[in-house]
Design a protein around this ligand. Structure first.
Ligand code: SF4
Ligand code: SF4
Length: 173
């Protein structure tokens, strides 16, 4: 009988995946949102709450017959992989969350930070990136429909402003 790998097109050799830091503020969520704009990229949170990025990109050593062309010299990570834990047998990874689009991630960031905090941070960071006043950025974001609170997120001090202020105070000591 053919082994499982002989009937598979080398699924496990067509992507790589590694752990990333859990985003805990707007800027860090923006980094993850940026990853997700790239083709073949997804991000998931596993059952332990750890964050991972997965990049669909076939290994160059996978040959046209879906075999490893460097089998004797394959990296250690490939040596530890077997059909026992492969996705062909079980594709239910028990992820807590999986993000395959920037919008899914943005919705999660909003939920995690709260609408008001999310929008204050959006205004603050985008204003900074464009050298604009927060007031003008808020007006712009309202115009383009990116503020769901309808502009109730006023350009006051956000939690990261407060953190920055504290850092500034510490430095002055
Ligand atoms: S270990 Fe699983 S995913 Fe990898 S080639 Fe074999 S059957 Fe396919
Ligand atoms: S080195 Fe070989 S076993 Fe490892 S991912 Fe590439 S093709 Fe697969």
């Amino acid at each position: 009988m053919a082994s499982l790998c002989e009937t598979c097109k080398g699924l496990c050799c067509r992507y790589f995946c590694f752990q990333i830091d859990e985003p805990d503020d707007y800027e860090e969520f923006e980094d993850v949102r940026w990853y997700l704009y790239h083709e073949g990229v997804s991000v998931h949170i596993d059952e332990d709450g750890d964050w991972f990025i997965q990049i669909m990109n076939p290994c160059q050593a996978l040959d046209e017959n879906y075999r490893c062309s460097v089998y004797e010299d394959r990296p250690l990570i490939c040596r530890g992989y077997s059909t026992e834990n492969c996705e062909v047998l079980d594709d239910d990874y028990g992820y807590r969350e999986e993000f395959t689009s920037p919008d899914q991630l943005a919705a999660y960031a909003r939920k995690t930070l709260g609408d008001e905090e999310f929008e204050k941070e959006m205004i603050k960071h985008r204003a900074k990136a464009h050298g604009m006043k927060k007031k003008h950025m808020r007006e712009h974001l309202l115009r383009v429909g990116l503020l769901s609170s309808g502009g109730t997120a006023k350009p006051g001090l956000s939690s990261s402003d407060k953190k920055d202020k504290k850092r500034g105070k510490k430095k002055k000591k």
